[in-house]
Each structure stands twice: as structure tokens, then as C-alpha cells.
Design a protein around this ligand. Structure first.
Ligand code: C2O
Ligand code: CU
Ligand code: CU
Length: 481
């Protein structure tokens, strides 16, 4: 079924040779350095037909304002490649884990059990919740094998969020531990869509012959750039899936990247794509996009359609170079929308979505510098020249707004993420929790330390390339009453 398996195996020899030829360490980040090392060749699955359906978590509570679910982290066999079994780590046996759906204001109760062979937590990425429920930072003790924990929090913000471990996150997320959490706002403008679906993008590194997932922990490029797999996944299934549609009808896709490191620069060839939301929050108005960069941890809600009958629109990851001197990634066909011969329907999107009031002026300005150095053979990733846990904790005041200048001094992009609070990139009217900071640039953010129940405490901020976070580019902000 796979057209390039032998090419893929061959590519490894090339990769190893390039690493060996690199010589003395990582000094040269230009040509010859790990940035320039080619990524492993992608497996390119044949086009197949299916759906974007994902499993939804079962709400066992009869109270309409309480969503109560059970999540169990457990190894399970997954068929990423046809006829091959991959042992993944999962929530409840599926990759992605079940989508938790609730509505604004609901109480959410998650009974969690860890049946993995190592400690873990669940972190609720992008959600504002009590510090003790964040599954990360000093307030979250890792749950040992066989242990349980009950997460409880209120759905304070509508939108598309996700959950994943915050212990050895580069390995645990890569093995398949991730899922979506969607908070609906009944007061939002109704959208004329025929479907509202998660599209979780990831990649895994598989041995094409056996389906075994290979970690590539000591691979020089993976250590520097973060781990990119050789098979792109859409909702835990191999890419290039065809979905039957009617021309003109709109589908809402809640795009989420759970990849450790891959950047998905998305385009919809042969159709129309309109962005509705970024990270948690609706934009002020629908925004047509020809290309949309989705970095690790980030979400973007879009509506998509095929414009004319009997045509196909392809959601494709187009080449993107995320480091100075690196080769752009190869294009990947992710989802094909295959329109029937029926005449197109003509459906209009609303003109406005959600107004955003500007944040109050910032009371404090900080500079957060992202950098990197090598320590022997291993790269170390830095915030203000120190690696976690040596980065001094910032003190911030609940209720204040601060301006953070995220200054990327390194020669590769870093997706910056803050727990527990939203920020607004200056000169925009959007609310985000994860933003790309391109190589050698500065991105300015207004951080909104707006109070919510249990908001006082120590919250993490870090690069969402998980090898970088685990490699030191992580720190804490202590938010005081
Ligand atoms: Cu998805 Cu600490 O983050
Ligand atoms: Cu997070
Ligand atoms: Cu990074």
C-alpha cells in the first residue's frame, strides 16, 4: 500500500551519513549544521476514503450543566499503517483520545487513571482553570502508575482546546497521548455548516516494514529541531483521506497540531478556506486565508468548501523552513474534500463573529529572550540565557496586564505558549495562548493576568516544540493575588 517504504529505509542511511559528516559539534548552524540536515523522507500513503470522525467522551452525569467523563491512559495497539500494529500510548485506547465536549459555564469532572508504566499528568492546554488542576508546574504531582486523579474545573471560555501530559511530554505526547476539548457557546452566532469536526494533525516516526514506532532520541537533527515523524496523521489515521462532500457546503474544521515539532503550513488547493478562530477564541469577523501556519500546540478553526461540483479541494501542508539554513519540509496531502456532481449550494457566512475589547494598558514590560547553546553533543534551550529549572521565576500581579517582548535570538522558530492566561499579540484583536516566534524576530504580547477562580499560583510558559521545552526552554510565572 505504501509507495515509498524502500525509499524511506534508504533515507536513513543518508541521514546517518549526514550526521556523521557534521564533525565537531553544532558550532556551524549554517550549512552542515543540524538545521541543514535533511529530515527523514515522508511516507506517502495512497489516497484512501474515510471520514474525519473522532471519538467523543461519554458524559455520565445526568445534570445538564455537568460533564463527567473517565479517561484512562493505557498502551494500545493502533493501525497507523494498513495491516501493521503500532503500540501507542492512548487515552482510552484511541489516538487522539476522546474529544470532551461541554458548553460555556459547565462544570467539568474528569476521573483519570494512569495505566501507563510511568508517571504522567493531564494538562489542559489553553484553558483558564484553577492552578491545582493545570496538570503542570509545582502544584501538580505526577500520577504514578496505577494512580488516579480527579480533575475538576469550570468551562470559562468557549473554543477549541486540548489535553496532553506534562511529564516527559516529548515522549508521552509523541506516543499518542493527546485529545481535544471543545467548549461550545450557545450564544455564539449560528454558523451555516453541515459538519463541525476536529482535525488533529500529528506525525509519527514509524518503521515502514513493521509499524514499530522509533523514538530517534539520539538523532542529532531531532535533538536540535525537535522530533518530526515520517508519517503525517489526521485524527490518528494516516494522511491523504478523502471525504465526500457537496460543492458549496461549509464544514467547520477545528484544526489542532499535537505534533512535537512539525510546522503545518496549510493551504486548501481547489477550495475556499475561511478562518473563524485562533486558539480558543473567535475572531471578530471571518477571515479568508490562502495559507495558514499551524505551529505545535496551536489551534485554528476554519470553514472550508469545494467551490464547484465534481471537484476536489485538498488540505495540504505546503513547504515551510523553520530554521535559517534548513530545507523546507515536503508537501503533504492531508485531507481531500471530494465534491459530488450535485450543483453547488450557495451558503453565506455571517459578517461578524465576536467583538473583542482592547486590553487595559500594560503596567509592566518584560523581555523574554529565547536562545540555544550546545553542551557537548546536546543542544540546550534557553530562556534569558538559562535552562529550566535555572530560569528565575517571574512575579506578576493578578488582574494586571503586562507587555512581554518575546525575543527569539536563535536561528529557528519557536512556538511560545503560556499556561492559564490568554495574551493578545500587540496590534491584533485576537486572544491566543500559543504563538509562533520566527527565528531572529521579536513578537510583542499583551498578557492578560485576569483573575479567575484559583488563578493565583505558579504557571508555566515554554516553547511548544516539546524537545525544546524538555531541553530547558521552559520557565514559570508566579501570579500573586
Ligand atoms: Cu500544551 Cu505546557 O503545554
Ligand atoms: Cu499548555
Ligand atoms: Cu523551540
Amino acid at each position: 500500500m505504501l509507495t515509498t517504504s524502500s525509499r524511506w529505509i534508504g533515507a536513513f542511511a543518508v541521514l546517518a551519513a549526514a550526521g556523521g559528516g557534521c564533525g565537531g559539534g553544532h558550532e556551524g548552524h549554517g550549512s552542515g549544521g543540524p538545521h541543514a540536515m535533511p529530515a527523514a523522507a515522508m511516507l506517502t500513503p495512497e489516497a484512501w476514503s474515510g471520514s474525519l470522525a473522532t471519538v467523543t467522551a461519554t458524559d455520565t452525569n445526568v445534570d445538564p450543566n455537568v460533564v463527567e467523563v473517565t479517561l484512562r491512559a493505557t498502551p494500545a495497539e493502533i493501525e497507523y499503517l494498513p495491516g501493521k500494529r503500532t503500540t501507542a500510548w492512548t487515552y482510552g485506547g484511541t489516538v487522539p483520545g476522546p474529544t470532551i465536549r461541554a458548553k460555556l459555564g459547565d462544570r467539568i469532572l474528569v476521573h483519570f487513571r494512569n495505566d501507563l508504566p510511568e508517571p504522567t499528568t493531564i494538562h489542559w492546554h489553553g484553558l483558564r482553570l484553577p492552578n491545582a488542576m493545570d496538570g503542570a508546574g509545582p502544584a501538580a504531582t505526577p500520577i504514578p502508575p496505577g494512580g488516579t486523579f480527579d480533575y475538576a474545573f469550570d468551562a470559562l471560555d468557549a473554543g477549541t482546546y486540548w489535553y496532553h501530559p506534562h511529564v516527559a511530554s516529548n515522549e508521552q505526547v509523541d506516543r499518542g497521548l493527546y485529545g481535544a476539548i471543545v467548549i461550545d457557546d450557545p450564544a455564539e452566532p449560528a454558523l451555516p455548516v453541515v459538519a463541525d469536526e476536529m482535525v488533529v494533525l500529528d506525525d509519527v516516526m514509524l518503521d515502514a516494514a513493521t509499524g514499530v514506532q522509533t523514538a530517534m532520541k539520539d538523532d542529532e537533527r531531532a535533538l536540535m529541531m525537535g522530533l518530526e515523524g515520517n508519517l503525517a496523521l489526521v485524527n490518528g489515521r494516516r494522511s491523504n483521506v478523502g471525504v465526500a462532500v457537496r460543492a458549496g457546503e461549509w464544514r467547520r474544521l477545528r484544526l489542532l497540531s499535537s505534533a512535537n515539532a512539525r510546522y503545518f503550513k496549510l493551504s486548501l488547493a481547489g477550495g475556499t478556506m475561511i478562518q473563524l478562530a485562533t486558539d480558543g477564541t473567535l475572531l471578530e469577523a471571518p477571515a479568508p486565508v490562502s495559507e495558514l501556519l499551524l505551529v505545535p500546540g496551536e489551534r485554528a478553526d476554519v470553514v472550508v468548501r469545494v467551490d464547484s461540483a465534481s471537484n476536489t479541494a485538498t488540505l495540504r501542508a505546503v513547504p515551510y523552513a523553520r530554521a535559517v539554513g534548513s530545507e523546507p519540509t515536503t508537501a503533504i496531502d492531508l485531507v481531500r474534500l471530494v465534491a459530488s456532481a450535485e450543483p453547488p449550494v450557495d451558503v453565506k457566512m455571517p459578517a461578524a463573529l465576536r467583538p473583542h475589547s482592547p486590553l487595559s494598558p500594560s503596567s509592566k514590560t518584560r523581555t523574554i529572550r529565547l536562545g540555544e547553546r550546545t553542551d557537548g553533543a546536546r543542544p540546550v534551550f534557553l530562556i534569558n540565557d538559562a535552562a529550566f529549572p535555572a530560569v528565575p521565576t517571574i512575579d506578576a500581579k493578578l488582574g494586571s496586564v503586562e507587555e512581554w517582548a518575546i525575543q527569539n535570538e536563535s536561528d529557528m522558530d519557536h512556538p511560545f505558549h503560556l499556561h492559564g492566561f490568554f495574551f493578545q499579540p500587540v496590534d491584533t484583536r485576537v486572544r491566543k495562548d500559543t504563538v509562533n516566534v520566527p527565528a531572529k524576530t521579536t513578537v510583542r504580547l499583551l498578557v492578560d493576568f485576569h483573575a479567575h477562580a484559583g488563578a493565583a499560583g505558579s504557571w508555566m510558559y515554554h516553547c511548544h516544540i516539546l524537545e525544546h521545552a524538555e531541553g530547558g526552554m521552559l520557565a514559570e510565572v508566579m501570579v500573586n493575588e
